[in-house]
Design a protein around this ligand. Structure first.
Ligand code: PMP
Ligand code: GLN
Length: 384
């Protein structure tokens, strides 16, 4: 393994899902729903397979039906206009979109300012692109993790090429506010930075919080690469259909890298996701409301079990602090949890460069059936 990748080892999600299987534990680690997405969308995939849509290489940028549906979704939800032919690119999940964007846009040695804790593929993709990550740590403030705007400004240097933003934010469950995003946008304009924004949890916001795409803010559309994923929005994480929307120049750049990563992927599923994106607003609202109920069940259970629970206003993750349980090391805690309680969780430290800053935090996923969440909470109550 080369030096760029040596520090990463095996992704925590593979390690923890294997542990869940081998111990028969409830897996609240890796974020995937235990209920598949809408029946009619599955049927659309079957129909595409049967009718021979997408069984051979689809077009490099994605099938036209899906690109049109992505553009229509951005227009309908956010008033953002994208040309389906020049400004939309279908990728093998958001993971490939992130990798291709960084591979396309970074020169070796360029700095990338990213919110810490960060989704684990960011660090690896920055490294594969020869970039240097510069983390800005989100810190607990009045019950939720927040971005310190002075720290963000201070992180930008003459070597900074781009800001890598994620809202709603995995693993903290924070949704960046309009004020925070405005500050990000002003900084990007002032320092002439590109922005890659991972908005895969765009439909999962709670308690009246609003997801605001960075590209909607002044001066941002022309410098922002926005990333979405059908895995999150339609509960088909195995289909690996993601997308990028941006300017023709930036989409062409991302496609230049993407064509040599997978070229194309997920042919028949692209047709099904095109139909899914056109589902009525009621689908998105019901999905969001159901997930909020699940959040409430797990948050209550974790609180009762003695964890400090941070507010989750977006995503399907809750970050907790284990210190009230007399624990300090999230890694050790998560490695022993299957044996002690039959539950798997993720140590947030893996999402930090400043590992000590993340040490006491542990992430639980709540995209599971209510009875599973209740059983997990019951098991965790036995811990103390
Ligand atoms: N970004 C974030 C913040 C995520 O949580 C995930 C999924 N875990 C991804 C990207 C990857 O999405 P996909 O499965 O579409 O590759
Ligand atoms: N995005 C999911 C999470 O954060 C898992 C993705 C993966 O397994 N790589 O849990």
């Amino acid at each position: 393994l080369n030096r760029r990748l040596a520090e990463f080892g095996t992704t925590i999600f593979a390690e923890m899902s294997a542990l869940a299987l081998s111990t028969g534990s409830i897996n609240l680690g890796q974020g995937f729903p235990d209920t598949d997405g809408p029946e009619e969308v599955r049927e659309a995939a079957v129909r595409a397979l049967r009718e021979g849509h997408g069984n051979q290489y689809p077009p490099g940028p994605g099938v036209p039906e899906l690109r049109t549906a992505i553009a229509a979704h951005q227009q309908r939800r956010y008033g953002l206009s994208y040309d389906p032919d020049a400004e939309v690119l279908v990728t093998a999940g958001a993971t490939e979109a992130i990798a291709a964007a960084l591979l396309a846009l970074l020169e070796p040695g360029d700095e990338v300012v990213a919110l810490e804790p960060y989704y684990d593929s960011y660090a690896a993709s920055i490294a594969m692109a020869g970039g240097t990550r510069v983390p800005v740590t989100l810190r607990p403030d009045a019950g939720a993790f927040r971005l310190d705007l002075d720290e963000l400004r201070a992180a930008v240097t003459p070597r900074t090429r781009l800001l890598l933003i994620n809202t709603p934010h995995n693993p903290t469950g924070t949704v960046l506010t309009r004020a925070e995003l405005t500050a990000v946008a002003e900084l990007a304009v002032e320092r002439d930075l590109l922005v890659v924004t991972d908005e895969v949890y765009e439909h999962l916001v709670y308690d009246g919080a609003e997801h605001i795409p960075l590209a909607t803010l002044p001066g941002m559309r022309e410098r922002t690469v926005t990333i979405g994923s059908a895995g999150k929005t339609f509960s088909f994480t195995g289909w690996k259909v993601g997308w990028v929307t941006s300017t023709p120049e930036l989409v062409t750049a991302v496609r230049s890298a993407k064509q040599f990563l997978t070229y194309v992927a997920s042919g028949p599923f692209q047709y099904a996701v095109a139909e899914a994106l056109a589902l009525p607003d009621a689908y998105f609202e019901t999905f969001r409301r159901d997930m909020q109920t699940k959040r409430d069940i797990l948050a209550a259970g974790l609180t009762e079990a003695g964890f400090e629970v941070y507010d989750t206003t977006g995503t399907y993750f809750i970050t907790t602090d284990i210190r009230p349980l007399g624990e300090t090391d999230g890694f050790a805690f998560c490695r022993s949890l299957p044996e002690r309680a039959g539950v798997v969780a993720i140590p947030n430290a893996v999402f930090y460069d400043h590992r000590e800053a993340g040490a006491p935090f542990v992430r639980f996923a709540f995209c599971k059936r209510a009875e599973v969440l209740k059983e997990a909470a019951e098991r965790l109550r036995q811990l103390s």
